[in-house]
Design a protein around this ligand. Structure first.
Ligand code: NAP
Ligand code: MG
Length: 405
């Protein structure tokens, strides 16, 4: 069988621990036998980040900007324990944070659905995708513990040193707390653009909610920017594609989500996205059944799994014990990346390969062959069988081979 040529390069970002082990297997058994790819390889394994003083992370971000499409393995975000464990020079920052900042991107997550793992909410038949604004609000706040009675004010001074505005937050009669948060029009607009782009790409309705009845300036600004962007750049495209943009109050939106059948993109403000993506992840079954993609407003894409490096399983693996770690999210990170590469390059055979690999993986689980995490949540069936990490990938490989013949 001749290999399928992937026209333009893909940025490959390697990572740590159990996901690094599975990454190798996925490449060797599911990709390299069938694809002729020009991979621009960046090793973000913690040792190599430490050796290069984290330069490799910044280089990987630049490479994604150059080639447009990348795929990333999970990586360790160092903390005190990891500094000791790996004898690090420094507590390097989170690689995901670095990549997100460099690409100014929005992270979209979506569950991978299989027939034998029903969502906890009965009516959810199709995936609910979440786009989380990853800048500002409480994640870049300024807080103060008020120790005693006094007046708290908010002041804005422009770059010429002129005070443009001053307002009283509260006249404290005793101790309390204060918090100041901010966002920028530019970041909100980039977030809106990324959401409209993603929804249009995937032909999904886009829902957005904020609390603009209470927060008449802050939350209202999000709504205004979304509305304006929609009217100016997307309305006609959305109508032609038969999809809609829908704004409602965040609490109304949450209530409606519980009654929808899914198949939509939910654009979330930073905090809403933090909370709701964990709720959706667990409602759909397993962390290992969630895909994640970082989309930049310039149209660069970085695909990854949404789980971490599965540290506990890795230690088992090191002790020579059998592991049963789920590689679905990693496989789908690769298929997402290949599909996007194929779409951009106009190479339908690459898109077709990605679809076949996804089908092979889904059918494997639907036939009852699954890793331990899924066995706990799958509908009971006599065909259900727990397999180890490598066996699962081998089973997918068998089905993929048949589909390609
Ligand atoms: P984790 O790797 O997501 O794993 C937490 C637990 O979830 C695992 O112990 C396992 O539960 C289950 N799990 C996650 N993925 C699984 C899979 N593919 N198959 C089967 N079970 C799975 O989180 P962590 O252990 O808290 O973090 C480990 C490292 O990952 C940390 O150093 C953190 O910095 C990093 N991290 C990286 C990313 C990223 O790069 N995107 C994201 C999050 C965390 P059981 O043990 O019960 O089987
Ligand atoms: Mg969270």
């Amino acid at each position: 069988m001749s290999k399928i040529a992937v026209k333009n390069p893909i940025v490959e970002i390697d990572g740590d621990e159990m996901t690094r082990i599975m990454w190798r297997m996925v490449k060797d058994k599911l990709l390299l036998p069938y694809l002729d790819m020009d991979l621009k390889y960046y090793d973000l394994g913690l040792e190599h980040r430490d050796e290069t003083e984290d330069k490799v992370t910044f280089e990987a971000a630049e490479a994604i900007k150059k080639y447009g499409v990348g795929v990333k393995c999970a990586t360790i975000t160092p903390n005190k324990d990891r500094i000791k464990e790996y004898n690090l020079k420094k507590e390097w920052s989170s690689p995901n944070g670095t990549l997100r900042a460099a690409l100014d991107g929005t992270v979209f997550r979506a569950p991978i659905l299989v027939k034998n793992i029903p969502a906890a909410v009965r009516c959810w038949k199709k995936p609910i995708h979440i786009g989380r604004h990853a800048y500002g609000d409480i994640y870049k706040n300024l807080e103060y513990r008020v120790p005693e009675a006094g007046k708290a004010e908010m002041v804005f001074t422009n770059n010429d040193g002129k005070e443009l505005w001053r307002g009283t937050i509260h006249e404290f009669k005793g101790s309390g707390v204060i918090q100041a948060i901010h966002n920028t029009d530019n970041s909100i607009l980039n977030f809106a653009k990324a959401c409209f782009t993603y929804a249009y790409d995937q032909k999904l309705n886009l829902w957005f909610g904020s609390k603009d009845t209470i927060s008449k300036m802050y939350d209202a600004q999000f709504r205004k920017i979304f509305d304006h962007e929609y009217q100016c750049n997307w309305k006609e495209k959305f109508e032609a594609a038969g999809i809609e943009y829908f704004f409602t109050l965040i609490d109304d939106l949450v209530a409606r989500i519980m009654k929808t059948e899914g198949g939509l993109l939910w654009a979330c403000k930073n905090y809403d996205g933090d909370v709701m993506s964990d709720m959706l992840g667990s409602a759909y079954g397993s962390l290992a059944m969630m895909t994640s993609v970082l989309v930049s407003p310039q149209g660069y894409y970085e695909f990854e799994a949404s789980h971490g490096t599965v540290q506990k399983h890795y230690y088992k693996h090191l002790r020579g014990e059998k592991t049963s770690t789920n590689s679905m999210a990693l496989i789908f990170a690769w298929t997402g990346c290949l599909r996007k590469r194929g779409e951009l390059d106009k190479t339908p055979e690459v898109v077709d390969f990605a679809c076949k690999l996804e089908k092979a993986a889904l059918e494997t689980i639907e036939s009852g062959v699954m890793t331990g995490d899924l066995l706990l949540v799958a509908l009971p069936n006599e065909n259900n069988r727990k397999v180890c990490t490598e066996e699962f990938i081998d089973e997918v490989a068998k089905r993929l081979k048949k589909k390609l013949e």
